[in-house]
Design a protein around this ligand. Structure first.
Ligand SMILES: [Zn+2]
Length: 362
């Protein structure tokens, strides 16, 4: 497996464009990593048709199912016929939430499998073996997950433990993003950054920033944190949920940004349309007789394929899976187009005015 290579092309204030090369793949950044189980409702071919470049899959259910036999797990590229970038979430957060205080060990986390009730011991070596078995293209280090607003002693213990586990990924450091933890506390985050820097990792995973933070705090911690990072390395944010958070991350200078926005909106029967990515709630009655496309100007396979709002309204209100599949394809395509426009705006030094226009109420 080849090392991850990241180059920065252009910067505009804190934001930047660049390229990630890893395992024969090349991605332009800033780039979205799409998440959410809903993605499984589309085939790899459908994902590629709407220009999805990177996805993240939850790893813990696979690990629990394998019961220590991770070598028996499939490479998810083969399993899903997916040839794009793949990240695997070790979901330490889930393990720590299921663990009792005495389950937080120096060498891992002991917790009960939420499905079978069996006691499991999840260790840094397991997290790496899991990512390798499932074929992740970029790895992440193992972290002791602590709530963002936990007492300072707990956060400090989390930072120390997460740093102590960095050597578990030393053989693949060139392809691994080190987890930065420490809640909302600058001193702790700084310690965490220094540890990852010393370990010579390929980049930084900005962990422990929950998507349900108020936008103001999300903005504060992200900017404070990015300020602590050396410019040259890849920055990955493994949580973002809204369009506002996505834009905050781009403006702060994050390169890879997780997003469940397309899937979440599709699940609510919503299409993102028009120059402001306005939410169109297709379940509303007046769409029953609307025979226009979701977005007349959209070039996605759904809008170009002759699907009308009335048809999608009918599918959404009868809970047919096709309705969600169509909305998901449209939303993924729209977000990819947005990221292309954002990269162009950074190249043109027009990012702020581009975002101002985007956020204007129509
Ligand atoms: Zn469309």
């Amino acid at each position: 497996m080849k090392e991850l290579n990241f180059t920065i092309e252009q910067t505009a204030a804190a934001a930047r464009t660049g390229h990630v090369h890893v395992n024969g793949q090349e991605l332009s950044t800033p780039q979205l990593v799409h998440t959410g189980g809903e993605l499984g409702k589309l085939t790899a071919w459908q994902l590629k048709r709407v220009n999805v470049a990177a996805i993240k899959v939850n790893g813990l259910p696979w690990w629990l199912k394998a019961d220590h036999q991770v070598n028996s797990l499939p490479d998810l590229h083969d399993f899903y016929h997916w040839n794009g970038l793949l990240l695997v979430d070790q979901q330490t957060r889930v393990a720590y939430q299921a663990a009792k205080p005495r389950g937080r060990k120096k060498d891992g986390v002991r917790f009960h499998d939420p499905v079978t009730g069996q006691l499991k011991f999840y260790q840094p070596a397991d997290g790496l073996a899991l990512q390798q078995a499932l074929g992740a293209d970029i790895y992440q280090s193992f972290d002791r997950s602590v709530d963002y607003y936990a007492p300072v002693d707990d956060l400090a213990a989390g930072v120390e433990q997460t740093a102590a586990w960095l050597p578990a990924t030393s053989t693949v450091a060139g392809q691994t993003l080190g987890k930065i933890t420490g809640g909302g506390l600058k001193d702790l985050r700084q310690k965490s950054v220094s540890a990852v820097q010393q370990a010579g990792m390929a980049g930084y995973s900005l962990a422990g920033i929950p998507a349900d933070l108020p936008d103001k705090e999300f903005n504060r911690i992200l900017n404070e944190l990015v300020d602590l990072l050396p410019a040259a390395h890849l920055r990955y944010l493994p949580t973002s949920s809204s369009l506002t958070q996505l834009l905050i991350a781009v403006l702060a200078g994050v390169d890879l940004i997780d997003s469940d926005l397309a899937a979440k909106k599709a699940g609510m029967g919503v299409a993102l349309v028009g120059p402001h990515l306005t939410s169109l709630h297709l379940d509303r009655q007046h769409f029953a007789t609307d025979f226009t496309a979701l977005d007349e100007k959209c070039q996605c396979p759904v809008c170009q394929g002759g699907y009308r709002r009335a048809t999608i309204h009918q599918l959404v209100t009868s809970n047919a899976i096709l309705g969600e599949q169509l909305l998901l394809q449209h939303n993924l395509f729209v977000l990819d187009r947005l990221m292309g426009e954002i990269r162009q705006a950074i190249e043109d030094q027009q990012l702020e005015s581009f975002i101002q226009e985007l956020r204007q109420n129509p």
